[in-house]
Structure formats: C-alpha cells, structure tokens
Design a protein around this ligand. Structure first.
Ligand SMILES: NC(=O)c1ccc[n+]([C@@H]2O[C@H](COP(=O)([O-])OP(=O)(O)OC[C@H]3O[C@@H](n4cnc5c(N)ncnc54)[C@H](O)[C@@H]3O)[C@@H](O)[C@H]2O)c1
Length: 242
C-alpha cells in the first residue's frame, strides 16, 4: 500500500510541535516568562461577589485594570467593590447579573458596552455546586448548574467576543475545575458542567486560532479544591448558591 504522504507529513509536524512545546516548558521552568501588562484593560469577572472572583478582582485592582464586576448577589459584589477601591482600584463598575439568564446577560452586557467600553478580558468564574448524589439531585438544581457553570459562558462569549475579534485584542478566561478533567464521586452534574465549559473554551480557542485571530487569547484554569466555602455542604447533601 502506498504511504499517505500527507499523513506522514502531519505526523512529523505534530511530533515537531510536541518537542517544541516540551522544550518551551523546560526553558520557562527556569527562566520566568515576561508577564503581560493588564493595566488599563477592561476586565469583567462573573461571580465576583465572593471566593475566587473576589480574589481575582483584588489582584486586577492592584495591577491597574478597569474592573467590571458581575454577581447575582448585590451585597457580595458591593463588598468586593469596596475592597477593590481600598486595594487601589481606579475604576470599578458593579452590575447585578444572573448569568444563568441569557436575556439578562445580553441586557447587562449592552449596558457595560455603553457605560464602560469593550471588555478586553472576560473571566467566566461564576459557579455553583449542588453537592448531591446524581439520583438524589432534583432536576431543577442540575439544570441550574448547567445554566450557571456552562451555558452562561456561551452568552458572555456571544456578547463580548465579537469586539475582541474586531479589535484583534482580548483574553477569554474559563474557570473550569480539576473536576472538569476527571469524574468525581458525588459531583456528577458539577463535573459535567465543568467538562462542558472546558470543551467549549478549548473549541472556541481552536476556532480563533484557525481563523488566525491571534489577538484573542484563551486561558483555561482547572483548580483543585480551594477552601472558599463553595463545597462546604457537599458531604452533608446541603446545597449552596442554588
Ligand atoms: N473553590 C474550589 O475549590 C474550586 C475548585 C475548582 C473550581 N472552582 C470554580 O471556581 C469558581 C469560583 O468558585 P468559588 O469557590 O469562588 O465559589 P463561591 O461560591 O465562593 O463564589 C461563586 C460566586 O458566584 C456567584 N454566582 C452564583 N450563581 C451566579 C449566577 N447565576 N450569576 C452570577 N453570579 C453567580 C455567587 O454569588 C458567588 O459570589 C466556580 O466556577 C467554581 O466552580 C472552585
């Protein structure tokens, strides 16, 4: 059988790129990468009213970014805003937004575009966990998980990605989870949403890469357990943020 030259060529390109990626990782383990400046960038963080979202807001405040804070909890978000001002933020805009509701995402996104400008860093962080065994978990809670942890990412991308492409400048950040890489006992619906968020972000990255929209970057973060209180009720079957 005649060898398929195209397949052989693709294999060599794949192997070459893999070796290059490995070497890159080895080099940057010893030499720190130059860090991107985020001063002046318009950074939208969903779920900024507590936990990781709040910590991210404080970090970006110290780095001189314009903060756009979205949370379903007005109280939590205002507390984050207060802390961000104290941390040295120069511009903070807070919006109460339930990211699980498509129309609300689009409405608040339009408001942000008018009042603040084009979002250049979008951090999809809002999340909930039902913390119940699959058969014990009510359908509506599982649907809510999917709406917040995954579908919200579709609506925020639809709202903000076009301007990033037009400006050839933007960064999409998906807060998935280690539970988006491997299944976990008692977190079936949560894992499914985190796998979905990961797959979606990676696929859109592939699309932008294929279209040479190189100004739009993607980062997918898969943290292991961090004690923010999010998983407090899981062992007892209690739910939080639902
Ligand atoms: N804490 C961990 O161990 C851990 C590990 C891996 C991944 N994560 C992920 O990190 C993200 C943040 O988690 P956390 O630990 O900071 O949780 P958290 O409960 O402290 O914060 C989540 C925030 O999202 C907000 N939120 C919930 N539903 C919303 C909605 N419909 N619209 C807008 N905002 C909404 C909540 O009000 C809250 O402020 C989540 O996506 C979570 O899945 C957390």
């Amino acid at each position: 059988m005649a060898p398929n030259l195209n397949s052989v060529k693709n294999l060599f390109v794949f192997l070459g790129k893999s070796v290059f990626a490995l070497l890159e990782v080895m080099v940057f383990t010893f030499i720190p990468r130059p860090q991107k400046s985020v001063a002046g960038e318009i950074v939208l963080i969903t779920g900024s009213g507590s936990g990781l979202g709040r910590l991210l807001a404080l970090k970006f405040a110290r780095l001189g970014s314009v903060l756009v804070l979205w949370d379903v909890s007005k109280e939590g978000n205002e507390e984050t805003s207060k802390m961000a001002w104290e941390a040295g933020a120069t511009k903070v805009y807070t919006y109460t937004c339930d990211c699980s509701r498509k129309e609300e995402v689009y409405r608040v996104a339009d408001q942000v575009k008018k009042e603040v400008g084009d979002v250049s860093i979008l951090i999809n962080n809002a999340g909930i966990v039902t913390g119940k065994k699959f058969l014990d978990c009510p359908d509506e809670l599982m649907e809510k998980s999917i709406d917040v942890n995954f579908k919200a990412h579709l609506w925020t991308y639809k709202a903000f990605l076009p301007a990033m492409i037009a400006n050839d400048h933007g960064h999409l950040v998906c807060i998935s989870s280690s539970a988006g890489l491997i299944g976990v006992n008692g977190l079936a619906d949560y894992c499914a949403t985190k796998f979905a968020a990961f797959g979606f972000a990676e696929s859109v990255f592939m699309e932008t890469f294929a279209k040479k929209q190189n100004g739009v970057k993607t980062t997918i973060v898969c943290p292991f357990f961090i004690n923010t209180g999010m998983f407090d009720g899981c062992t007892t079957g209690r739910t939080r943020n639902c």
